[in-house]
Ligand binder design. Structure first.
Ligand code: JCF
Length: 695
């Protein structure tokens, strides 16, 4: 009756591929789990793993007991004592479909397994970020932290108690009334700013030659390395954080009463007991709410302060969780819904050297296009000569590219074992690649600069783009392509040349229709009515950013006063120090710069000038602010403008140099950081009080 089952047999090439995949995966798993030093980005490891799974599914007879697919997680290191988890440490099923359908599938599956029909009401879920760190089980006995263990293989983990005790966020003692045995499960992770600071100091130690300190490729690895340090004193210097998300072993309440009946109640209880629980955890009713949560956290992903690789959905009702149960070691009531990976592998096609507005030469790796952290990346900066040398990136190399947070894409490491023979080390050119002038690197500077000044067409182009940008004089539609054309055709050499353009010369350019040409001319006419701060900023004086330009304009009132101001008088301006003052003086001491200003005025560029407002009305002079969260009535830009108008500065991230954090609703990691550093925190009304000068 039944048909004979066709068992396909693998050919030699498939067999070889299978064996190669197993060997590679074993090697990389050891690097990752045991040595905390992965050679491949996670996404690449996953690809190899899935390829092996597929091959094994096609040829089931070839599955071996020792195949990497037959085992979860890593084996414990010898150095740490092995701990048996009283309640196994779960892993979680991952949904790699990063689209909304990933959430819809989970809801549909849970409903099916519970026997619910379309007419039954929506299920209640808890949604939380999925932290990219390492899983930890904290065992409290009678309220005292007795043991901390890694996941290991889920059954046996490593005893890392001594290292975990150094994490400030983890309470060593819980308040009275907690269960006699309480095992808290959560994730140890490293915040992005802590990671950057740690790597910076590791690099310094390398540069200082003190001892070879390695830098870490990402926060997850840095955290894993710290947790498995053999020396707790070293672990203590690694800034780790912790979020609780679940429970293991637990003593029940007397008389059969329950501590809690939902996952959310459990988290709230943990928070009350003093354990850190992420504030982004939320209740979601039904599939659509899961989709919305995935999108909302995805939009915040870059600004969260820590890496996440997805979100986790859990059925909220603990009784329903119990009904759903487990498949092998994964609960049926939870899933991890991923986001696009933040690290990917690609190839370096070329290393270019770009010339900036101030002549700075920046080496840039041109990459085979790769989708990382939600965008397609084709360039990664190598910053400067020292960085390029440290990373030793060469043309043709396979590299790991990382894009996390708002930061520009970065090459984190080179896959040395894949380097082609004869790949040549990169060296910084000693002449400008655009104009051929000598490039010089001053004592104590990291950058080479082209010495060609405005003779260098790259610097000219950048200067024009800087002048024309929206935050400066704003010439609508004058972008990179057009500036390239104008400069290359010799139509524009200096800023005033812009205002001398005419219809005939413009339409002679390639791909320039009458319409675009007249649009540009109109935009140039419109740009002539500007403001003094915009004009000053647009001139591109080194060290004069928007805030300084505003402060100068307010203090002096007129351009002539600034151009003729002595260094001493410039130093009177809030925010202007000796380097900035000298830079302004040097700029206006050059006849050709004054000439440019005069010609621009001659072309009709104007602004209204006012009386000087010597920094009297600058109650916030010298103070640095950071704004975070949603303020009740002001937009962030409004708050920023008010602070700057009062002489203060607004920065993007909290550091020891921050004087005030202005925090609105849903302030996140910046608020934590400010509290940690003891930075004063203001709400909107506090800011208004400061601005009025009454405090
Ligand atoms: O953030 C995480 N990495 C994370 C891992 C969060 C969770 O709520 C988890 C988890 C692994 C297993 N929950 C389970 C059950």
């Amino acid at each position: 009756m039944s048909e004979p089952i066709q068992v396909p047999t693998a050919d030699a090439a498939q067999l070889q591929r299978l064996q190669w995949l197993r060997a590679e995966l074993h090697r990389h798993a050891h690097q990752y789990y045991v040595l905390d030093a992965p050679l491949l980005p996670d996404a690449e490891f996953d690809r190899l793993f899935v390829e092996l799974q597929h091959l094994e599914a096609r040829f089931p007879t070839l599955v071996t007991a020792d195949s990497p697919t037959q085992r979860v997680g890593g084996k414990p290191l010898e150095q740490f004592e092995s701990v048996r988890h009283r309640v196994p440490m779960l892993s979680i099923r991952t949904e790699t479909d990063t689209e909304a359908s990933g959430a819809l599938h989970f809801d549909a599956r849970v409903r099916r397994e519970l026997g619910l029909s379309v007419d039954d009401p929506a299920l209640e879920y808890v949604a939380e970020p999925k932290f990219d760190g390492l899983a930890m089980s904290l065992r409290y006995e009678n309220g005292i932290l007795q043991q901390a263990a890694t996941r290991g293989d889920g059954e046996f983990g490593e005893d890392v108690t001594r290292n975990i005790r150094t994490i400030g966020q983890i309470p060593l003692r819980l308040p009275s009334g907690v269960p006699a045995v309480l095992e808290v499960r959560g994730e140890v992770y490293m915040r992005r700013d802590d990671f950057e600071a740690l790597n910076a100091s590791q690099r310094e130690k390398i540069a200082g030659g003190a001892r070879l300190e390695k830098t870490f490729v990402n926060p997850r690895n840095a955290a894993a390395g710290a947790v498995r340090q053999l020396d707790p004193a070293v672990a203590a210097k690694r800034p780790l954080s912790f979020f609780a998300y679940g429970l293991g072993d637990l003593t029940q309440r007397p008389e059969g009463k329950l501590w809690f009946t939902t996952h959310m109640q459990m988290l709230q209880q943990l928070r009350q007991w003093g354990l850190p629980v992420c504030k982004l955890v939320a209740i979601a009713q039904g599939a659509d709410a899961l989709v919305a949560y995935h999108a909302r956290i995805g939009a915040q992903r870059d600004s969260l302060g820590f890496d996440i690789d997805g979100v986790v959905y859990k059925v909220n009702d603990l009784a329903l969780q119990q009904r759903l149960g487990f498949v092998t070691r994964e609960p049926r009531w939870a899933v991890a819904h991923k986001y696009p990976a933040q690290e990917q592998m690609t190839t370096v096609l070329e290393i270019d050297v770009q010339v900036g507005r101030t002549g700075k030469l920046t080496p840039v790796a041109k990459l085979a296009p790769v989708f990382v952290g939600g965008v397609t990346v084709t360039n990664a900066t190598l910053h400067n000569e020292d960085e390029a040398r440290r990373k030793d990136v060469r043309v043709g190399d396979a590299v790991v590219v990382r894009r996390a947070g708002d930061v520009i894409p970065e090459v984190v490491s080179v896959l040395l074992e894949r380097r082609a023979e004869g790949a040549q080390p990169f060296s910084m050119p000693r002449i400008c690649p655009v104009c051929g002038s000598v490039a010089v690197r001053e004592e104590g500077e990291a950058d080479y600069r082209c010495s060609g000044g405005l003779f260098c067409s790259a610097q000219r182009k950048q200067a024009i783009l800087h002048f024309a940008q929206r935050r400066a004089v704003e010439v609508d539609g004058l972008g990179e392509k057009l500036v390239d054309q104008l400069v290359d055709a010799g139509l524009v050499r200096t800023l005033p040349d812009l205002y001398r353009l005419g219809l005939t010369s413009l339409t002679a350019l390639e791909r320039m229709a009458d319409k675009s040409a007249s649009n540009l001319l109109q935009a140039l006419l419109d740009s002539r009515q500007t403001t003094l701060p915009r004009f000053l900023f647009g001139l591109g004086i080194r060290h004069v950013g928007e805030a300084t330009a505003k402060a100068l304009a307010r203090h002096f009132g007129t351009l002539d006063a600034i151009m003729d101001g002595s260094e001493e008088s410039l130093l009177q301006v809030a925010d202007v120090g000796p380097i900035v003052a000298q830079s302004i003086r040097t700029f206006f001491d050059q006849a050709h710069n004054r000439e440019v200003v005069e010609q621009l005025r001659g072309c009709g560029v104007t602004w209204t000038e006012g009386p000087p407002q010597a920094s009297a009305r600058a109650p916030l002079a010298g103070k640095t602010f950071v704004i975070t969260g949603t303020l009740p009535t002001m937009g962030r830009e409004d708050a920023k403008a008010l602070i700057e108008a009062a002489g203060g500065k607004v920065a993007g991230s909290v550091s020891k140099k921050t004087h005030y954090l202005v925090a609105g609703a849903e302030a996140g990691s910046k608020l934590d950081k400010a509290r940690e550093l003891g930075v004063a925190v203001l709400d909107e009304s506090g800011l208004k009080e400061l601005l009025s000068g009454s405090t």
